[in-house]
Ligand binder design. Structure first.
Ligand code: ADP
Ligand code: MG
Length: 640
């Protein structure tokens, strides 16, 4: 009875007359894109509108849990009705409905943050005639204008007695005026454009519903005109049983794909999915997807993420981030719990044991799906890795007890050539006598590829992994070993290339005079000068003492954390390099010491340049270099 209760004017200040409202600028832009798009798959409008109707029915059922007076009287559902004489297609639903003000905000603005990103992405996609992004950004309703010249939305909100009609022809404005609607719910009336009159045929509508929306949990009925003056009849079209509650054998690939698009608001194909049921102390069913395309906010500071939560089939909430670790934020899907209370809230989920159990299972199921993808479809796995690897690797840092499982799924580029290598594949092709898995951290492959640090490793035929994502510096710290083999940075002071201990010790004792001279000269910059076993062609390089930071990470930190002291690294020099040998001779003989000091500075600075680090005083560096070049060129000219 509460539906007939009348709000007092103070509670409902909405004017009782026709009003006109200008669309928010972003909406106008979206509408322009929709109306002028060459997007050929215009039928998706139906999926969007059915999805909204289904959401509205979900919301009403949820609200009725605590306020039974909001429950509909008959069996709630969605009805599609074509009217050939008026050329309209109408979708009726028994959902939660919209008030006057909700019509204005929901169908006149884009509430979601990131609407600028949305428009940029839509603009780019629109040029190519691809509007598949529209659902992801929550502007699905406007897709009605793909087929309609004019749209009217007549809605009566739950608990209200009055109804309102929103209408627009997708130009700059929409109108609102009082309307009548017998029961709570929404009717979307599409005045079809001349090219879309095939949508007036009942069989066409049935086909579209089956193709796109078969899994929706609410009955969808299509009206059939009666033949020869008979009364029209309604025919139920969709199966309706929630897809995740069916046995996997009963679900086709197409149905899995369509359901993915429904839950993720995306239009790509999922790369992989996992349909599961957990029984025991906790009972729940789930269906999880790994997308092909990244969501637009994958790397934004506050990405929307999480999965859809149902309790005993009742929809509870979208984007439930408690059920999915942040490093799996690209995963989409649903979980349907038998044990959570129906009135569960985000706060309640926050520190519930049930939440932790579900989250752990969800994580495990995703990892299983990825492990299977890796084995069965390596190319698709590579696609996954390229898109989501940088996010996935955050898991190494956040999930210390999962490192072993995660490490099997890692991929890196390496000195072995193009393409990705797993740690297992690396281990399998390690050279005899190689004691570690080597890697090098850096900003880009190009920058570290020719780094002097790799010379010794290359000469010995040892493969080196390139770690160039910014997450790698943290992630690799959790990865001390793989399958019994330690991971060692090529730039670490601890690098042991497997030479006999004697040879290494002997080498370290060499070049004593030069090393001492360099130590004093470079005291402000390096903590130690020593001879190197990792260099073959270059005269010098800088290595990182235990616990130190890669230089590009140090720069990043220093940029954000004022006053962080500069770290001193260790300078290694190549005892086999003629330049080093000559400098040692000069130092020992105490001749040309002024020149030696200049060259020591240059040696240090070019070690910085070689690894891609900036030098403190580029002007001085180039002057020194020019002086050397001048000497060399003059000498050469004299000899010619
Ligand atoms: P999204 O569904 O992603 O939120 P839409 O553009 O499809 O974006 O819809 C915008 C909003 O309009 C919805 O969030 C909902 O609040 C409201 N809405 C749309 N259709 C209906 C409907 N049939 N019943 C009730 N509310 C609706
Ligand atoms: Mg929608």
């Amino acid at each position: 009875m509460s539906e007939s209760h009348v709000e007092s004017p103070a509670e409902n200040p909405a004017p009782k007359a026709r009003t006109e409202h200008v669309f928010q600028a972003e909406v106008e832009q979206v509408l322009r894109l929709v109306v002028h798009s060459l997007y050929s798959n215009k039928e998706i409008f139906l999926r969007e509108l059915l999805s909204n109707a289904s959401d509205a029915l979900d919301k009403r059922r949820f609200r009725a849990l605590t306020d039974p007076s909001l429950a509909p009287s008959g069996e709630p559902g969605i009805r599609l009705e074509a009217d050939a004489s008026n050329k309209t297609l109408t979708l009726h639903d028994d959902g939660i409905g919209m008030t006057h003000d909700e019509l204005v905000t929901h169908l006149g603005t884009i509430a979601k943050s990131g609407s600028r990103e949305l428009l940029e992405a839509l603009g780019r996609a629109g040029e190519k005639g691809d509007l598949s992004l529209i659902g992801q950004f929550g502007v699905g309703f406007y897709s009605a204008f793909l087929v309609a010249d004019r749209v009217e939305v007549v809605s009566r909100a739950a608990g209200q007695s009055d109804a309102w009609c929103w209408a627009s022809d997708a130009k700059r404005a929409f109108t609102l005026e009082p309307a009548t609607r017998e029961a709570v719910g929404t009717s979307v009336v599409l005045h079809l454009g001349a090219d879309h009159l095939d949508l007036l045929r009942a069989w066409k509508l049935e086909e579209l519903v089956r193709r796109y929306s078969d899994f929706l949990p609410w009955p969808i009925e299509v009206r059939h005109d009666g033949k020869d003056g008979e009364a029209p009849s309604w025919k139920r079209v969709n199966q309706g049983r929630p897809i995740w509650q069916r046995a996997a054998s009963e679900v086709t690939k197409e149905q899995y794909v369509e359901f993915y698009r429904h839950v993720s608001h995306a239009y790509d194909e999922p790369l992989a999915w996992k349909h599961f049921r957990v029984e025991g102390s906790q009972e729940f069913a789930g269906l999880l997807y790994v997308p092909t395309q990244p969501p637009f906010d994958l790397f934004s500071p506050e990405p929307k993420h999480g999965i859809r939560l149902h309790v005993k089939r009742v929809f509870i909430m979208e984007d439930c981030d408690q059920l999915l670790p942040r490093w799996l934020r690209f995963v989409r899907g649903v979980v349907d719990s038998e044990d959570l209370p129906l009135n569960v809230s985000r706060e309640l989920l926050q520190d519930s044991r049930l939440t932790r159990v579900i989250r752990k299972q969800v994580t495990r199921q995703v990892l299983d799906a990825l492990a299977q993808l890796e084995v069965e479809r390596p190319e698709d796995y590579a696609t996954f890795w390229k898109t989501f690897g940088p996010v996935f690797k955050e898991g190494l840092h956040y999930e210390p007890d999962q490192v072993e499982r995660l490490s099997k799924l890692l991929r890196y580029e390496s000195t072995a050539g193009e393409g990705w290598v797993s740690l297992a594949a690396y281990k399998a092709r390690m050279k005899e006598g190689q004691k570690a898995i080597y890697y090098v951290l850096g900003e880009s492959r190009r920058q570290i590829e020719s780094s002097p640090h790799l010379e010794g490793l290359r000469k010995r035929g040892f493969e080196v992994l390139y770690m160039t994502d910014s997450v790698d510096a943290f992630a690799v710290q959790a990865l001390s070993e793989f399958d019994g083999v330690p991971l060692v940075s090529a730039t670490s002071a601890e690098l042991d290339l497997g030479e006999g201990d004697d040879a290494a010790k002997e080498a370290q004792g060499g070049l004593a005079a030069l090393r001492e001279r360099m130590r004093v000269r470079l005291e402000a910059h390096v903590s130690e000068v020593r001879t190197s076993t990792r260099l073959t062609d270059s005269p010098a390089c800088l290595v990182i003492p235990e616990g130190g930071l890669a230089p590009h990470m140090e720069r990043l930190f220093r940029a954000t954390q004022q006053g962080l002291p500069a770290q001193k690294r260790i300078l290694e020099i190549n005892p086999g390099h003629p330049l080093v040998v000559a400098l040692e001779t000069l130092t020992e003989n105490k001749s040309e010491l002024e020149g030696v000091d200049e060259w020591i500075d240059l040696l240090f600075e070019q070690a910085l340049v070689a690894e891609g680090s900036p030098i403190e005083d580029p002007g001085r560096f180039t002057r020194r270099l020019t002086a050397l070049l001048t000497d060399a060129a003059t000498l050469a000219a004299r000899g010619s």
